[in-house]
Write a protein that binds this ligand. Sequence first.
Ligand SMILES: [Zn+2]
Length: 111
Amino acid sequence: MPMPNWIKEWIPKDRLVANKFKLSKRYLRNSKKLQFMVGEKFQGTDNWAWFKYMVISKKYGKYWVRYTEGLYECNCPFFKHRGICSHIFAVAQLTDTWPKIETIFPEKNVL
Ligand SMILES: [Zn+2]
């Protein structure tokens, strides 16, 4: 699926997040930096149920990006603060798999 609107709107509003998005494009230009480790698609679909990627940062070494049914996690320090990072942005664009809004903004999980 394409990038959700809430992410499109979020990126230009937050300078740090915009910077991580810009960085993610660098990872995408060098596919060796994004290594698929393991994962499964929902049966009979092209949609990922879960997966794990290794992202290789020149400066900081290896990071692990995990995705499970709408929830992304990364073991980098920026993720701990903001719930997103350049590594997740890179893997999300590569796999066309995006986080659910409530995994990053829990307060948005209201009907
Ligand atoms: Zn990260």
